[in-house]
Design a protein around this ligand. Structure first.
Ligand code: IPM
Ligand code: MG
Length: 354
């Protein structure tokens, strides 16, 4: 059965990473068809919308999406891929392999995965002016005054739901189990600011602790998130699967990417009950757009995650190994990894090893 994958290239330097990635996947000769619906600035020109109905229909009719990064024009498509398709678990692996320019002296044990809750927390998109809260009884526990007296100013709402937390923490434990079966540490770590946000993050912690009881074979620990950030940098080798509320996961996954050698190396996959999409964890790198030097590794490894999702496991394995061999050889690396190869030269080196 032909698998259909929507491709959204994104903006700035993102297409420069996406195009050669697609060529690499094509080289694998899989029963896979790219769909390229109109999205972003070009769609605005041709269809009067950055996310026309036919783009949405193409996503709905597809098995998965491969997404470049967006600086804005493709954001509506991204929001649909997350909230429209309910992709609640954002999986961001941080695995070092030889040749990657990690700032750590001992990066060898670096192999953990952040599972970031992807739909809730401060990302529910409710912000407003403090004036709007004037009639409410909202009271600042810390300032000991009504919220309305703290203005003029603005607010953002943080939502932690029981069901949203339960499904993402369950996802993390299932992942830890699969990794354990393949020799992983069999551990889940969560990070919450429950000392301060006892109600909202307190709930996340409580639900995660409850889910942990269903997985006696998996070790579970929870840290206050600032302490967790320190541990993640100081002793990353102790981590296996990490589950975090949305915003902490966003911030700490960039930090985790820095540990392995930079954002150019970090892929990302967002999974829901009946859909998944894949992207690099990095942004659109506008400063290097048009120069053919963006590191495509994050996008290629996102394609590897996509292939695994579509159960093209052997193909995923060969593509991943081809990438790690290029790093091990160290001859065709992009400037962010201390080399002088262009994006295309790097991809040619990967292609040769496929
Ligand atoms: C990411 C990005 C996005 C996020 C932006 C582009 C909305 O930083 O995927 O990590 O905050 O989720
Ligand atoms: Mg981010």
């Amino acid at each position: 059965m032909t698998r259909r994958v929507v491709v959204i290239e994104g903006e700035d330097a993102a297409p420069e990473a996406m195009r050669p990635t697609l060529e690499l996947v094509e080289q694998l000769g899989l029963d896979l068809e790219w769909q390229r619906p109109p999205v972003g600035a070009a769609a605005e020109q041709s269809h009067g919308s950055t996310f026309p109905d036919e783009a949405r229909a193409a996503i709905d009719a597809s098995d998965a999406t491969l997404f470049g990064s967006t600086s804005g024009p493709s954001a509506r498509a991204l929001f649909y891929l997350r909230w429209g398709r309910g992709t609640y678990a954002n999986v961001r692996p941080a695995r070092w392999f030889p040749g990657c320019r990690s700032p750590l002296a001992e990066p060898h044990a670096l192999d953990f995965v952040i599972v970031r809750e992807n739909l809730e927390d401060l990302y529910v998109g409710v912000e407003g002016d403090l004036d709007e809260l004037a009639g409410s009884n909202l009271w600042s526990r810390t300032a000991g005054r009504p919220i309305s007296e703290l203005g003029p100013g603005r607010f953002a709402l943080k939502i932690i739901s029981e069901a949203g937390t339960e499904r993402v923490t369950r996802f993390a434990f299932e992942l830890a189990r699969r990794r354990k079966a393949e020799g992983g540490r069999g551990k889940v770590t969560s990070g919450t600011k429950h000392n301060m946000l006892s109600h909202s993050d307190g709930l996340f912690r409580q639900v995660a602790g409850r889910v942990a009881e269903d997985y006696p074979d998996i070790e579970y620990e929870n840290f206050i998130v600032d302490d967790f950030a320190h541990r993640m940098i100081a002793r990353p080798g102790e981590l296996d699967v990490v589950v975090l509320p949305n915003l902490y996961g966003d911030i700490l996954s960039d930090a985790a990417a820095a540990l392995i050698g930079g954002l150019g190396l970090a892929p990302s996959g967002c999974y829901g009950n009946d859909y998944a999409y894949f992207e690099s964890a990095h942004g659109t790198a506008p400063d290097i757009a048009g120069r053919d030097i963006i590191n495509p590794t994050a996008t290629i490894l996102a394609a590897v995650m996509l292939l695994r999702y579509l159960e093209f496991n052997d193909a995923a394995e060969s593509l991943e190994q081809a990438v790690t061999r290029v790093y091990a050889a160290g001859k065709a690396l992009t400037p962010d990894q201390g080399g002088s190869a262009s994006t295309r030269e790097f991809c040619a080196a990967v292609a040769k090893r496929l």
